[in-house]
Design a protein. Structure first.
Length: 313
């Protein structure tokens, strides 16, 4: 039973402290509070010494795993990448950062692990979904690839049972008329729902429905397209969704259309994933600051209290 929520995320800042692991907490999914005085809970000491695009999963054994993109714009954008996002897309993160915990309080040392080979560009925005049919976890992410000359990005995936050994990456999905990034997959009533950031045609979030995690029968949810068409295009990314206590779904989209105040996640609420009718609902929610690209994890009251006791507000 969901009793509270943990938001694992980073902050969009021009200094390295923003690209670290932050926690946010909520009792109801509507009103959010900072953790640890708004300071990082975990810090990257490997690779680029900065992490972005966080995801967290509760494992079948009851533990937890955080994955993130090994990338720091504060440390590397103007030097290593010469101020060019295209260079990041090809030569950026070749590894994902990983932390493990049994209690959300005590975390393992950071580990970097590669996925794929030199034919992959930057490994962006990992996310995790459990495949109950196979018993595996599917780690999926967006990358450019040598197969299309490092052109429009696609979503790739790898399977793991323990977050120690990973299968060779495979293509999960590609969009014929544009790149796609920032995948997030959820299950409702036996169907799989896949949120994707389409980089063009439209430059918006899209929602697809399929019968298997890595199946090839996904189709667009038209009602979702209709709601997204009402919004300004090209200013939302990084979808993450969770079920509210009353059974509705909340979709958080990272609004990057402005600089400074006003930037960060904004909420959309729907009766179900199947309906696709996600309505922007800012008036219901409050946030202490602009959460950036992350994932919401349902937690128990005991876990909520444990985090508060350890890190404070």
């Amino acid at each position: 039973m969901t009793e509270a929520y943990l938001f694992v995320h980073f902050k969009e800042k021009e200094t390295p402290d923003g690209e670290q692991v932050y926690f946010g907490l909520s009792k109801d999914g509507f009103r959010w509070e900072q953790v640890n005085g708004g300071r990082p809970v975990l810090e990257s000491v490997l690779g680029e010494k900065g992490v972005r695009d966080h995801t967290i999963v509760r494992t079948r054994e009851g533990g937890f795993c955080i994955l993130a993109t090994d990338l720091s714009l504060a440390n590397s954008f103007h030097g290593k990448y010469k101020g060019d996002w295209g260079n990041i897309g090809i030569d950026g993160s070749k590894c994902l950062s990983l932390w493990k915990s049994s209690d959300l309080i005590h975390w393992s040392e950071q580990r970097l692990f590669p996925l794929g080979d030199d034919s992959f560009g930057c490994l962006w925005a990992p996310d995790i979904v459990h495949d109950e049919r196979s018993g595996d976890y599917i780690v999926h992410w967006s990358s450019s690839h040598a197969s299309n000359g490092y052109g429009p990005k696609a979503i790739y995936y790898s399977r793991t049972r323990d977050f120690e050994q990973f299968s060779q990456p495979e293509l999960l999905c590609r969009k014929e008329d544009s790149g796609i990034i920032d995948s997030a997959i959820y299950v409702e009533d036996g169907s799989f729902y896949r949120f994707l950031k389409s980089e063009a045609n439209p430059a918006a979030i899209v929602l697809e429905k399929g019968t298997a995690v890595a199946g090839d029968d996904y189709v667009r949810v038209e009602a979702f397209d209709a709601e997204m068409a009402k919004l300004e295009q090209g200013v939302y990314e990084a979808p993450t969704a969770f079920r509210l206590p009353d059974g509705r779904w909340c979709l958080m989209l990272d609004f990057y259309g402005v600089q400074g105040e006003g930037q960060g996640y904004v909420p959309f609420v729907a009766e179900s994933l199947a309906s696709g009718r996600f309505i922007r609902s800012d008036e219901l929610f409050s946030f202490p600051y602009g959460f950036k690209h992350g994932t919401v994890l349902p937690i128990s009251t005991e876990e909520y209290d444990r985090i508060k006791a350890r890190f404070g507000g």
